[in-house]
Design a protein around this ligand. Structure first.
Ligand code: PLP
Length: 411
């Protein structure tokens, strides 16, 4: 196998960013906290374009997707002691954000598409439940019809975590527009990136204004500030820290956004191609994300190992063999939260409200069959590989085929 294939690099720098960055550097305003120059900030331009793209009324940028989650929870009124239902299979941030606002994460199992299960949400609602976080994971979109229905029925707030789903559609509508509020990560691995950063998107003026205030030292925005005047007024209405991004980051995000749709399309076409080819390989099957009513945005491409293969090998071993031979990283999906090494609430005294709660004790003895099923079988790799040409995609297939079929001959 050709270990030295030049796999597509990520992230991709765009020439337009050079001009935008230069504009910021000479403007005298490197942050929204600086004085007005009479021109619109990069952040406000990006937010306007992003809001238009997904079709919401308001967006704002934050230092990270993790902070966007935390600020969103607070902005929609989650209070210390409230319960928030989160999927047990996710990157750790949705769970940490709940802990950081003093609330209790209630972990629930996922469906086989790896997104939070509507049945499990329904079973976990108590009088303390305040909100649900739906994470669109890997390349899938959570069932927004069912989840919005349950939330409406029980008066729960809905937060969509779209950090792995920029530009995905559910029944023709962008993800991030179904919940009360949604968040997107802009970290370097994501399909839309400025290195580090996050977005909060909402149609609610109240949530938007709360988020603006607690993102940045409790400041109110001053509209129509004169040149040389600050556009933020600090009146101490809410005590908080600073989670604003710099204008340089906003400029990079602005340069990246116009490319998202085409890249998403290319990744989808590659995924379809791999899916069809993988159907011909005995021992594995594509982790199918195609559904009639969903347009995917691939953050990761995945495939599942068949049962008989698990008798002689496992996801770690097979990922390692394939990674070594192909020269890029394939790995099992993240461990379910409850046994992810990053999930260590005992390590911080600030999480005592959780470690002393019944929910924490109960969760330790719970079994999450679908999380376990996926973690045992699902191997994923980064979306940048889907930007390869067909020749390279064929190499991936033949490497998987060669290794899996020779393993199966020993069964
Ligand atoms: C589903 C999900 N939520 C939240 C985050 C957190 O984003 P950030 O790394 O920007 O804090 C990530 C990042 O990997 C993610 O995948």
């Amino acid at each position: 196998m050709d270990k030295n294939s030049n796999w597509p690099q990520w992230p991709i720098w765009r020439e337009e960013a050079n001009d935008l960055i230069h504009e910021v550097s000479t403007s005298g305003r490197w942050t929204i906290r600086g004085k007005s120059t009479g021109k619109r900030t990069m952040e406000s331009k990006f937010c306007e374009e992003f809001s238009e793209y997904i079709d919401v009324n308001y967006s704002l940028m934050t230092t990270s997707g993790s902070k966007a989650l935390e600020l969103s929870l607070e902005s929609m009124g989650v209070q210390p002691g409230d319960e928030v239902i989160v999927p047990a299979m996710t990157w750790i941030a949705p769970v940490t954000s709940v802990l950081n606002v003093g609330a209790i994460p209630i972990l629930v199992d996922v469906d086989v598409d790896s997104c939070i299960s509507k049945r499990e949400i329904a079973k976990s609602i108590t009088e303390k439940t305040k909100a649900v976080i739906a994470v669109h994971l890997h390349c899938n979109v959570a069932n927004m019809d069912e989840i919005t229905r349950i939330c409406n029925q029980h008066g729960l707030k809905l937060l969509e975590d779209c950090s792995q789903a920029h530009g995905a559609l559910w029944k023709g509508k962008q993800v991030g527009t179904f919940g009360d509020v949604s968040v997107f990560s802009l970290n370097q691995e994501k399909t839309l990136t400025c290195g580090e950063g996050g977005i909060i998107a909402t149609n609610s003026k109240v949530i938007y204004e709360n988020a603006i205030r607690i993102r940045n030292g409790g400041a109110e925005e001053i509209r129509n500030a004169k040149i040389g005047e600050y556009e933020m007024k600090y009146e101490g209405q809410s005590m908080c820290s600073n989670e604003a991004v710099s204008e340089f980051q906003a400029a990079v995000a602005l340069s990246q956004l116009p490319y998202l749709e085409n890249l998403n399309r290319k990744r989808r076409m590659s995924a379809l191609y791999l899916n069809n080819k993988l159907l011909e390989v005995n021992g594995v099957k594509p982790f199918i994300c195609e559904k009639e009513h969903v347009v995917q945005s691939y953050y990761e491409y995945g495939f599942l190992l068949d049962e008989d293969l698990l008798a002689i090998s496992n996801v770690n071993e097979i990922s390692e063999i394939l990674s070594n031979q192909l020269g890029f990283d394939l790995h099992p999906t993240d461990s379910p939260v409850y046994r992810n090494e990053m999930f260590a609430p005992e390590s911080r005294s600030r999480y005592a409200h959780y470690t002393s709660s019944e929910a924490f004790i109960e969760q330790k003895t719970k079994f999450y069959p679908v999380c376990e099923y996926l973690h045992e079988r699902l191997i994923v790799f980064h979306h940048s590989i889907l930007l390869s040409d067909q020749n390279k995609l064929d190499k991936i297939i033949s490497c998987i085929k060669h290794n899996i079929e020779s393993m199966r001959r020993t069964i």
